[in-house]
Design a protein around this ligand. Structure first.
Ligand code: BTN
Length: 236
C-alpha cells in the first residue's frame, strides 16, 4: 500500500499513459488531491479506502456500461468484506449507499493518450470517517457498526470486478442491468435530476434501459430518458 499519493486515479492514469494495461492495482492510505465526480473534492484522510484498478473493457461493449459493472462489484465487495452485515444499494449510476446515505463512490476515467482503451476505475469507501458537509448525506462502515480493513475491501473488489468483467464480456449488459436494478436505490420513487444547464427534471424512477440510461416518468405521464452524460446530479 502507498502511504500518500495525490490521487490513486491520477497515479493509474500516469501508469496507463506509460503503457500499463488492465489489472494494475493502486491502493493508498491517504490522498492529497482525491477527486470525486462532477469535479468535486474527495476528502481522503487515513483510515478509509482509496483504490484504483486499471481495466480494459471488453471489445464491442460501450465503455459507459462499466459504471454499472464497477458499481455492482463494489457493492458486492463491501457486503462480502462485512460478512453480509451491511446492505449496499446503488444510486444511479454508481454511488454506494447504505441506509439512505452515501458510503462511497466510483470515478472512472480515461487516459489522455490517443487510442488508449485502458481505463482507471477509482473506488473510495468511507470505512471509519465521512465528510459532515458533503453535497449528499454520508455515512461510514464504522457508523454502521462494522470495522473492516481497507485491504479486505480492496481484495474483494478486485475479485468481484474480475467476475463481473467476465460476465459482462460473455453475456453483454443484460445480467448487469438486472443485478443493478435489484440494488437500485429509490426505484419507483421520486427523483430530481439536475442538468448541467441548471434545469431540473422531476419524475418517478421507473427503470434503466438497455444502455443504462435512467428512465423517468414525469408528472404529465411522459417518459424521459436521461443518459449519464446529460446529468449533473440525482437526488431522491
Ligand atoms: C464520487 O464522487 O462519488 C466518486 C468518488 C471516487 C473517489 C475515489 S478514491 C480513489 C480514487 N482516487 C480519486 O481521486 N478518486 C477515486
Amino acid at each position: 500500500m502507498l502511504e500518500t499519493i495525490d490521487s490513486t486515479n491520477d497515479e493509474a492514469l500516469r501508469r496507463i499513459n506509460t503503457g500499463v494495461v488492465g489489472g494494475e492495482v493502486i491502493l493508498a492510505r491517504r490522498q492529497t488531491a482525491g477527486r470525486g465526480r462532477h469535479g468535486q473534492t474527495w476528502e481522503s484522510p487515513p483510515g478509509n479506502l482509496y483504490l484504483s484498478i486499471t481495466v480494459d473493457p471488453p471489445d464491442g461493449r460501450p465503455v459507459g456500461e462499466l459504471a454499472f459493472v464497477a458499481g455492482l462489484a463494489a457493492a458486492e465487495a463491501i457486503e462480502a468484506a462485512t460478512g453480509g452485515n451491511v446492505r449496499v444499494m446503488l444510486k444511479w449510476p454508481n454511488d454506494l449507499m447504505h441506509a439512505g446515505r452515501k458510503l462511497g463512490g466510483l470515478l472512472i476515467e480515461g487516459a489522455t493518450g490517443t487510442g488508449v482503451r485502458t481505463l482507471a476505475v477509482g473506488l473510495g469507501v468511507n470505512l471509519v470517517s465521512f465528510p459532515e458537509n458533503a453535497s449528499y448525506p454520508a455515512t461510514s462502515l464504522a457508523e454502521a457498526g462494522c470495522r473492516v480493513e481497507a485491504i479486505a475491501v480492496a481484495q474483494a473488489f478486485h475479485n468481484h470486478l474480475d467476475g463481473w468483467l467476465r460476465n459482462w464480456a460473455n453475456n453483454c449488459f443484460e445480467p448487469v442491468r438486472t443485478a443493478w436494478l435489484a440494488r437500485a436505490a429509490g426505484l419507483g420513487g421520486e427523483l430530481v435530476v439536475h442538468l448541467p444547464d441548471g434545469k431540473e427534471w422531476i419524475g418517478l424512477f421507473q427503470d434503466i434501459d438497455e444502455q443504462g440510461a435512467l428512465v423517468l416518468q414525469t408528472e404529465n405521464g411522459m417518459t424521459r430518458t436521461v443518459t449519464a452524460g446529460a446529468i449533473f446530479s440525482v437526488t431522491g
